[in-house]
Ligand binder design. Structure first.
Ligand SMILES: C[S@@+](CC[C@H](N)C(=O)[O-])C[C@H]1O[C@@H](n2cnc3c(N)ncnc32)[C@H](O)[C@@H]1O
Length: 378
């Protein structure tokens, strides 16, 4: 697995790792789109200390490059994993520090150039472009890139609509670039929120654009809802990978004595869960929503119940290592006899994983596609 990102005109390459670092990592921390973006931006002639806004950097390759060039780098990201990866990679390469903004912060003004990884999620792209429209003008360089197969005519139309004249590059190593010249005329903006109704459970969930399943309740979450326990012994409950907080809301309702922790690596998920817990009448003294890579920063070890509908993607890659990390972290924070309740596709084989880790795993419910499993911390 390659960690050296060659930089034109520099003798030494940048070393870029994914986060968290894993032994025997098979996935790379940068891809052809990052390389193409860097190659193109290397030809820019910018003033000293130019302010560069980097949006959706995956593990910090773009930010490291811009920092190495001596630019004033502002990175905007929805992912705490991307942010942590960037800090580690900046430190490892002994580069000047950068400013990090979350996806909930407004983009700053006075930007000379923008480098953007096109987000997969169309609603997120709209939200980011409409914000860009308000801070750019014809003097701002706007460069975006992605895998060629992720750039559609509709993607280009969005850039054209929100910013101005837009062209694209040829594909190179299956990556493509987008060039826009902002016309500095912000348009009427759209509401970034999507709402999901769950009438059986009297819920209306608000979702910031980058939230998982923001337009439709995830089927696995829906199947999990009736199996969330209600018991006076449940005092501390974690919704791990909470998304919009659908499981956290139901857990809080079922267990009025319990304190609820909603954890996700997406800042927009955390903002949505926070809002949804509040709007569903849960007292803010009873819950905490925090961005974290699984339970890395979690200090409690007296958790009675962990609810988990694990992800099987990291950035663009399909992987089950996050589910495994979530199960290991759950085991670490559960009290004796505390339980982990997991839902997953049958074919993911969570049963075997939980048995290996906990020594037990029982089926709570199942259908043709999904299975809900419970593992108890003995
Ligand atoms: C399948 S979704 C489940 C969302 C929600 N609980 C539901 O049931 O609809 C998985 C969630 O895990 C989050 N996630 C992915 N990697 C994570 C990590 N390393 N740490 C914490 N959350 C993560 C994703 O952002 C996503 O919201």
């Amino acid at each position: 697995m390659k960690t050296e990102l060659p930089i034109l005109g520099r003798e030494s390459a940048l070393t870029v790792h994914r986060y968290p670092r894993r032994n025997n990592e098979t996935l790379q921390a940068f891809d052809a789109a990052d390389e193409y973006l860097i190659e193109h931006a290397s030809a820019w002639v910018l003033r000293a200390n130019a302010r560069i806004l980097i949006i959706n950097d995956q593990f910090g390759a773009l930010s490291c490059w811009a920092s190495q060039q001596g630019f004033d780098v502002i990175q905007a990201s929805d992912s705490i994993i991307a942010q942590r990866a960037t800090i580690d990679n900046i430190t490892q390469n002994q580069l000047p520090s950068i400013t990090q903004l979350t996806s909930m912060d407004p983009f700053p003004s006075g930007i000379d150039a923008v480098i953007m990884r096109v987000p997969k999620n169309n609603k997120m792209l709209t939200w980011q472009l409409q914000q860009l429209a308000s801070i750019t003008d014809e003097n701002t360089l706007v460069l975006a890139g992605a895998k060629a197969k992720e750039i559609h005519t509709s993607t280009l139309n969005q850039f054209e609509h929100w910013l101005g004249t837009t062209t694209t590059s040829l594909a190179k190593k299956k990556a493509r670039l987008i060039f826009s010249t902002p016309n500095g005329q912000p348009l009427k903006t759209n509401d970034p929120m999507s709402y999901v109704d769950v009438p059986d459970f009297s819920m209306r969930l608000a979702n910031w654009p980058n939230v998982f399943s923001a337009k439709k309740l995830d089927i696995a979450a829906y199947l999990m809802l009736p199996h969330i326990p209600s018991h006076s012994s449940l005092k501390r409950i974690v919704d791990l990978g909470c998304g919009n907080g659908v499981l956290a809301v139901q857990a809080a309702r079922n267990n009025p004595e319990a304190f609820i922790h909603a954890i996700d690596e997406s800042h927009m998920a955390i903002a949505s869960a926070n809002r949804n817990l509040k709007t569903h009448g849960i007292d803010p003294d009873r819950f905490l929503c925090e961005a974290s890579d699984c339970l890395t920063d979690f200090k409690h070890q007296d958790v009675d119940l962990v609810l988990c509908n694990p992800p099987f993607h990291q950035q663009q890659a399909i992987t089950d290592h996050i589910a495994w990390q979530m199960f290991c972290d759950a085991k670490r924070v559960l009290t004796t006899n505390g339980a982990l309740l997991v839902i997953g596709n049958r074919h993911l084989g969570y049963h075997t994983k939980l048995k290996r880790l906990f020594g037990n795993a029982s089926v709570v419910a199942s259908n043709k596609k999904f299975v809900i499993l419970k593992a108890v911390n003995a």
